[in-house]
Design a protein around this ligand. Structure first.
Ligand code: NBG
Length: 801
């Protein structure tokens, strides 16, 4: 129960009206949605501050071990609803707004959706912050305050265009600027030997932290996400024009993942990485010194978690502080560092494993590079002397080689723990991709399967289902998501099934309304909503999905019995392609071209629709996940480290149609064969096929008439309103390379769809399967993941009971 402003709807209304008058000189009736949002946000923030102070006091008193989660991405989504719910004040505000005749939803939607991330990796980080606060752990995020988030996607004539996402244009009500804690970050310059190495930077850039509170669920705990902003340092770089300096600053906290095809682009990315890593380490170390007066015991109180390799430079930075500033001996400094750092790997895709050219790193960060050299030298010596590795073995594992710094190697050498993000992924790391490492450090590798916060992805985004769950199994699952399992008793209960189907339909209607509003396309809420939403990447195989739709469309036009047996389908896609990823953008164009053809054919219209939603992001996902019947998780097995969309869909009662990849494997195991549609090659088969080098898509093309005719449609003028060669590259790619085995898995994929189509006709059977999916989804709550991290890796405990 809250006191003060949020105690009752009357107290809230009074405070709200007064503040609106004080700030905007307006009565409520004259206020705009933006003004209402700003005032509500300010009042909520003040309420948060009370808990924040209490949390800080508690931490001061208890001195718990703290986790600092360093990540280049945090895809937070809107915070307003989350904050209202976690504080437990949403009902009061809603009641007050109702009386005032305002729509709280509309006000909540006024908040910009900060896109400080690309996809799963960044959204995972956001879920983990929510769970750390909700479980009462002292855990904090560390990232950059990008002025522009991930681009806003516009679809023009079927093509993706990128528009800037100016998310800060109206200010950001949640952040607190902490000027006093600003830190100068050094770049360039030279090292001199003066009785020890001394670094003379050429320039400094000031990092100013902005803290965004992370509110725990009904526990009065407030953690924070620290975002660093680049600003001019008081130590002005000599000889540099104000304009050049300003441009440089602007870029550092400008955008996420700037184009890195040029030397300058690469240098900028590396600057960003060092900027936020060094600033984060420095602020933690300073705080620790204030509290403990020594860094000897750093690892008893601090974990630096490296989320993928982007923050790797925190390792040599910590060494630099210990050696150069605190005069530790190497071995002692190394002990402290290696007991404090843990690393999560999120992909086995070679192109995503970072390698930084030495000729970029050395001039930019001379002392840091020198320390990496020393770490590498000592590591290689140890391999030779202690483990008797030969030169080949040593150069394979070395941190430096082929003119680059291998960031993952540095993380594995320095981290006391390395984890993968789903069981299959960790197994592949241990047995294939990082086999040599696992032999060298047999106890370092572990698995923590990803999770999603059920607060955002069930309770907040699907209030209708939440309400039904509450009245059916009680609300204990809110605190203990494993209690969703109680739903198993109702899976076969027809009354409950009907209620579930009603909820599902409501969510489908809501999504259909949005699609109609934004894209002017009518979709049938009684059709099967078959959805694939995720980043666009070849390994995720949106192309296979599109080809399959082409196949279905063709069948509907030519095969009467197929048509009679076909349950109406709406295929929904949402995906952003990296701006420079040409082929991915082609696939978007293909999907939109197929959609246009299909959606305008009256002959098939009632049975088949294809939607590509524009600008898929966290807020859109909140509407999409609850509306799905089928969740498409169709990556080439072994390539999707985990996936997290698969978990969100499952928790909202969609059935997975997917490969044995990432966390699908664990979903499959939990729901068992009857409640999932698994198809295609498994990871071993894929690996073997790669290794044998025997795959030849042309063989399939020439022997398989179905595939041949489908592929030919890409180049034979079938799509009337695009150039005949628009999809020639797609055709060639499939025919000559097909690196992700689209053709190979196509028939199995088609069969899986046929099964789903047939089962869906039996509504009750389908509902039963969907309910079982919800019942089994509790383990994918990020509370479980964070508990795993806390006990297996971080060794941290809640600061409250
Ligand atoms: C992604 C994987 C996903 C996984 C998320 C979160 C990167 C580098 N990796 O499968 O592709 O779910 O990380 O772990 O973004």
């Amino acid at each position: 129960m809250r006191t003060g402003v949020f105690k009752t709807k009357e107290s809230f209304t009074k405070a709200f009206k007064k503040r609106l008058k004080d700030i905007y000189l307006k009565d409520v009736s004259e206020s705009s949605v933006r003004e209402r949002y700003n005032i509500l946000g300010a009042l909520v923030k003040e309420e948060i501050s009370k808990d924040w102070i209490k949390t800080n006091n508690l931490i001061e008193k208890k001195q718990p071990k703290k986790v600092y989660y360093f990540s280049m991405e945090f895809l937070m989504g809107r915070l307003i609803t989350n904050n209202l719910m976690n504080l437990g004040v949403r009902p009061v505000v809603e009641a007050a707004f109702n009386d005032l005749g305002f729509d709280l939803n509309e006000v909540e939607h006024r908040e910009s959706d900060p896109g400080l991330g690309n996809g799963g990796l960044g959204r995972l980080a956001a879920c983990y912050l929510d769970s750390m606060a909700s479980l009462g752990l002292a855990g904090y995020g560390n990232c950059i305050r990008y002025r522009y988030g991930l681009f806003r996607q516009k679809i023009q004539n079927g093509y993706q265009e990128e528009r800037p996402d100016n998310w800060l244009s109206d200010g950001y009500v949640w952040e607190i600027r902490r000027e006093e804690e600003a830190i100068d970050i050094p770049f360039f310059g030279a090292i001199k030997w003066e009785d020890g190495f001394k670094y003379y930077p050429q320039e400094y850039i000031k990092a100013v932290p902005y803290d965004v509170p992370i509110v725990g669920d009904d526990n009065q705990i407030v953690n924070y996400l620290r975002l660093w902003n680049a600003e001019p340092s008081a130590r002005y770089p000599e000889g540099k024009s104000a304009f050049d300096y300003e441009m440089e600053l602007q870029k550092i906290s400008g955008i996420l993942y700037p184009d890195d095809t040029t030397y300058e682009g690469k240098q900028l990315r590396l600057k960003q990485q060092y900027f936020f890593s060094a600033a984060g380490v420095r602020s933690v170390v300073d705080k620790h010194l204030e509290e403990h007066n020594t860094l000897d015991n750093l690892s008893d109180y601090v974990v630096f978690h490296i989320n993928d390799t982007h923050p790797t430079l925190l390792i040599p930075e910590l060494m630099r502080i210990l050696l150069d500033e605190h005069k530790y001996e190497w071995d002692k400094a190394w002990d402290i560092t290696t007991q404090t750092v843990a690393y999560t790997n999120h992909t086995i895709l070679a192109e995503a494993l970072e390698k930084w050219p030495i000729n970029i790193m050395q001039p930019l960060l001379p002392r840091i590079y020198q320390l990496i050299e020393e770490i590498n030298k000592r590591f290689c010596d140890e391999l030779r002397d202690k483990h008797h590795y030969n030169n080949d073995q040593v150069s394979k594992l070395a941190i430096l080689g082929d003119g680059v710094v291998r960031m993952a190697h540095l993380c594995i050498v320095a981290g006391y723990s390395v984890n993968g993000v789903a069981r299959l992924h960790t197994d592949i790391l241990k047995n294939i991709e990082m086999k040599d490492w696992n032999e060298l450090y047999p106890n370092k590798f572990q698995n923590v399967t990803n999770g999603i916060t059920h607060r955002r992805w069930l309770i907040h985004s699907n209030p209708e289902l939440t309400c039904l769950l509450d009245e059916t199994i009680g609300n204990t699952y809110r605190k203990n998501p494993n209690d969703l399992e109680k739903l198993m008793d109702f899976a076969k209960d027809e009354t409950f099934q009907n209620k579930f189907l009603d909820v599902k339909r409501t969510k489908k209607v809501q999504l259909a309304e949005r699609i109609y509003k934004e894209q002017n396309i009518q979709v049938d809420p009684d059709s099967i909503f078959d959805i694939q939403v995720k980043r666009l990447h070849e390994y995720k195989r949106q192309l296979m999905n599109a080809l399959h739709i082409m196949y279905v469309y063709d069948k509907l036009k030519t095969d009467e019995s197929f048509k009679n047996n076909y349950y109406p389908h709406t295929f929904i896609f949402g995906a952003k392609a990296a701006g420079a990823y040409y082929f991915a953008k082609k696939i978007i164009k293909l999907i939109n071209t197929v959609a246009k053809k299909v959606n305008n054919d009256p002959e098939t219209n009632a049975l088949l629709k294809v939607i590509f939603v524009e600008n898929y992001n966290v807020s859109y996902a909140e509407q999409i996940m609850p509306a799905a019947d089928i969740s498409e998780q169709i990556s080439t097995a072994s390539k999707e480290a985990s996936g997290t969309g698969n978990m969100k869909f499952m928790m909202n009662g969609a059935l997975t149609l997917g490969t044995e990849d990432g966390a699908n494997v664990e979903i499959h195991e939990l729901v068992e064969d009857e409640n999932i549609f698994i198809f295609g090659m498994n990871a071993d088969e894929v690996t073997n096929l790669y290794q044998s080098g025997s795959y030849n898509p042309q063989d399939i093309y020439s022997s398989d008439t179905l595939i041949k005719s489908l592929l030919n449609k890409l180049v034979d003028g079938y799509f009337e309103d695009v150039d005949r060669y628009e999809f020639k590259e797609v055709f060639d790619n499939l025919l000559y390379t097909d690196r992700y085995f689209v053709l190979k898995d196509f028939h199995a994929y088609k069969t899986a769809h046929e099964q789903a189509n047939d089962i869906y006709k039996n509504k009750h059977l389908w509902a039963e399967k969907a309910i079982i999916n919800i019942a089994k989804s509790g383990v994918f709550s990020s509370d479980r993941s964070i508990n795993d991290y806390a006990t297996k890796i971080w060794k941290v405990k809640p600061i409250i009971k």
